[in-house]
Design a protein around this ligand. Sequence first.
Ligand code: NAD
Length: 266
Amino acid sequence: MNLSLKNQVALVTGASSGLGYACAEALAREEAAVVINYHSQAEPAEELAEKIRAGGGRAIAVKGDVSKEADVDNLFAQTLAEFGRLDILVANSGLQKDAPSIEMTLEEWNTVLDVNLTGQFLCARAALRQFRDQGHSPEISRAAGKIIHMSSVHQLIPWAGHVNYAASKGGVDLLMKTLAQEVGEARIRVNSVAPGAIATAINEETTQGEAGKALLKLIPYGRIGAAEDVANAVVWLASDLSDYVHGTTLFIDGGMSLYPGFRDNG
Ligand code: NAD
């Protein structure tokens, strides 16, 4: 099994924490040069870049808000200026602004859609343009470019109190599938990963302590996920080992999407 991403360049958005951080680290372990995008936490992003460089790898940290077109343009321009090409985009940035629908403000709705859906579109569009411009180099990868969207089990499972988040991830599903249908002929692969409950900053309140124990009832496999569970799958999806995987969502959820409430006959 060869997961190597040697001579490839990966851009991971929202990589100063959680799943993005783990993905950037894992991609660098397989020898990809990594662009670590961060929104506001410069320190962990710079530290990760330094750690990768100290280990002999190539990495830079770049600030940018994925919901802003000019920031996304700058992020890709810096990627090209530093590494000269792009092979892998992990569109990971995301956030929650939770409220019962009846009380949700337009600002809460828009912020989540802007980052989780529009941000993924803007980054994917910029990646597609770059893949088109640089052309296919089969000696680097069997695909002419790979896009991996960070979705969620909530692209499938409705989530009361989180209508903006669930709608954004439902949108990511058809964004991914439509792009995949559109650009497959150009040998560009587009897929999503849909994590279940993975312990990160986004869900500290629900994955720790008593709340964490209650959460286990929703996970047939009986444990809360770790960021590495997702990062390992992202590396595989970025590698040639998954070359025939296209337009698919890989659920990494310990079975959360299997309707575990029906285990005891509903
Ligand atoms: P996290 O809060 O640690 O990471 C989210 C990252 O997105 C942060 O680094 C944050 O700075 C960045 N971000 C937020 N707004 C941004 C913006 N405007 N521009 C650029 N970056 C921005 O949480 P996480 O769990 O690592 O979440 C990463 C992704 O995984 C999100 O898309 C989230 O929806 C998804 N996800 C997480 C879980 C889970 O259980 N942790 C489950 C399903 C999906």
